[in-house]
Design a protein around this ligand. Structure first.
Ligand SMILES: Cc1cc2nc3c(=O)[nH]c(=O)nc-3n(C[C@H](O)[C@H](O)[C@H](O)COP(=O)(O)OP(=O)(O)OC[C@H]3O[C@@H](n4cnc5c(N)ncnc54)[C@H](O)[C@@H]3O)c2cc1C
Ligand code: FES
Length: 500
């Protein structure tokens, strides 16, 4: 199955060169999602020499596989931040996020970025009785956080009548995230930042302040890991839950769906929006989140399709995709320098188009020595034993369980002869467990199932044809190459003649 998102399919690449040779600069940014590219333009506008290295192309990560919604609240509910912190912190969150959305709008206008930016309302409603309490709680939480929310009795067509009232937050926004980052990358390059695509960083030397790719290296005063999850070993990874979530886009009639961000909670938790691009109109539905490497991706995608069909008139599905999010135990992201002295920006949950923009401002301010009032709240070294403790313990127990389940019970594995073309599974070859994928032409790729980050065992993702690690979310291609997550080393390749 092709898992290219509607965003990636409708906004071609920025087509920037790859790194060849060695460069010394002030700041090296690893990662060309919204965080890295926004930071690149911030620094370029300030005249600070910087280099950005992107493993594939700008927007390749979660940015180009998101829903393209921008909002001052947070999707899991601002009331959770009040529960874990207090009203003042929740208010500070909304202020920082509102400023980030405004900054995106200013940039779109200043640089004439064609990314369909538009202001619109955000609607929260219950898809079943189970969701009503959550919407009501979020209404009160929003008021406590200083947000101007209001009730509406119903939703515009084609929505079914909701259960209970609809909470509305006006003046939020939507855009095409892939078109935005691609243009931002071009603007940053035009303003003097050296941006390289197809330049995967294979080593981050925090002592020498150097990062290396296959064909070159960059030395810099500051290293920024804008890789969504920081590369290598970082304390923050212990407390984060890593999830995958699914998206689909179906063609609809022009004006067949209202403008707005629609979040339904209840038995079906679904996010929906309209997108007009290239003379086509799409309905986008996103949902069915689960922990990375811990469920069958096909089942979750089928569930999303069923939920979309139950709520909307879905005819044929033009695009299906998936993306990863990282959730911090205490509901706030980690932005700033960590113990290795590198800047990191992670824990954005599904709100990172705005958090990534906030992160770029915080990191810019720290580099140029400007105060940032919000920075202390999200610094990676914060320790919040009460706020994050439950989530931290739960996540470490989940990691431990995954580790023990795979090592103590040793996943049985199927005989290699039973592996069908197009499938991946753990197989036993000469008594050894290997991760095997057979491509549709019958070619076999064997790799070690041991994740190179911290040695958990990877699981097959049947939708995206990848090996996904349940512990901290590293993902690998069938040949072992790193796709995303904290791992830097590929899975070890094996060849049948060597193991038989
Ligand atoms: C299904 C889904 C829908 C979402 N919808 C929304 C939404 O509507 N609104 C919102 O605010 N947020 C949303 N999010 C969250 C948001 O997409 C992310 O938080 C955000 O895009 C993160 O941006 P980033 O730049 O930090 O990371 P990414 O966009 O993941 O970028 C990281 C980049 O680093 C590169 N990279 C990784 N390793 C290396 C390496 N070794 N060398 C060089 N480069 C490397 C990757 O190729 C990638 O391009 C959604 C998330 C999901 C999962
Ligand atoms: S991602 Fe940490 S062990 Fe695999």
């Amino acid at each position: 199955m092709d898992t290219t998102s509607v965003w990636r399919a409708t906004a071609p690449k920025a087509a920037l060169p790859s790194l060849q040779g060695d460069i010394a600069t002030d700041v090296v940014i690893v990662g060309g999602g919204i965080t890295g590219v926004t930071l690149a333009l911030n620094l370029a506008e300030q005249g600070i020499p910087a280099v950005l290295l992107e493993a594939r192309d700008a927007g390749f990560g979660s940015t180009g596989n998101s829903t393209g919604n921008l909002y001052e609240t947070v999707s899991r509910g601002i009331h959770r931040i009040i529960d874990r912190w207090d009203k003042d912190v929740a208010h500070a969150v909304t202020v920082a996020r509102r400023e980030a959305v405004d900054q995106i709008e200013r940039r779109v206008q200043k640089y004439g970025i064609g990314c369909g930016f538009r202001r619109c309302a955000l609607y929260r409603y219950a898809t079943s009785e189970e969701g009503k309490e959550r919407v009501e709680k979020e209404y009160q939480g929003s008021l406590d956080a200083g947000l101007r929310v209001r009730w509406e009795p119903s939703l515009p067509p084609p929505f079914h009548p909701p259960h209970g009232q609809v909470m509305v937050l006006d003046n939020q926004a939507q855009f095409h995230p892939q078109a935005y980052v691609r243009e931002l990358a071009r603007q940053a390059a035009g303003h003097g930042c050296l941006i390289f695509e197809d330049s995967m960083v294979l080593e981050v030397d925090t002592d020498q302040r150097v990062v290396r790719t296959v064909r070159g290296k960059v030395s810099a005063k500051h290293i920024v890991l804008a890789t969504h999850s920081p590369k290598g070993l970082h304390l923050v990874q212990a407390g984060m839950v890593v999830n995958r979530e699914y998206g689909l886009a179906t063609r609809i009639e022009k004006d067949g769906f209202p403008a707005g961000i629609f979040w339904g909670s209840g038995v079906d938790r679904i996010s929906a929006r309209e997108l007009g691009v290239d003379d086509e109109t799409y309905l986008i539905c996103v949902g069915e989140e689960h922990k990375t490497g811990q469920e069958d991706a096909n089942i979750n995608l089928d569930r999303l399709e069923a939920a979309a069909a139950a709520h909307f008139h879905v005819r044929d599905i033009a695009f299906r995709w998936s993306a990863q999010n990282y959730a911090a135990a205490d509901s706030l992201p980690y932005i700033g320098k960590d113990a290795t002295g590198c800047f990191i920006a992670t824990g954005f949950e599904t709100d990172g188009l705005t958090w990534g923009t906030v992160a770029a401002s915080i990191i810019t301010d720290e580099i140029i020595g400007r105060d940032n009032l919000f920075a202390p709240l999200v610094k990676p070294s914060r320790f919040s034993p009460v706020k994050g403790a439950k989530g931290l313990v739960e996540e470490n127990v989940a990691v431990l369980k995954s580790f023990i389940k795979d090592y103590v019970t040793d996943r049985p594995g199927i005989p290699l002869s039973q592996l069908m073309p197009g499938k991946g599974d753990i197989v036993k070859v000469a008594g050894e467990s290997l991760a095997a994928y057979m491509d549709p032409n019958g070619n076999l790729l064997l790799v070690s199932p041991v994740c190179t980050h911290m040695k958990c065992k990877v699981h097959w993702n049947s939708v995206e044809k990848s090996w996904d690690c349940p512990c901290h979310g590293s993902r690998f291609a069938p040949d072992g190459t790193v796709i995303e997550g904290p791992a830097t080393e590929p899975l070890q390749r094996h060849f049948l003649q060597d193991v038989e």
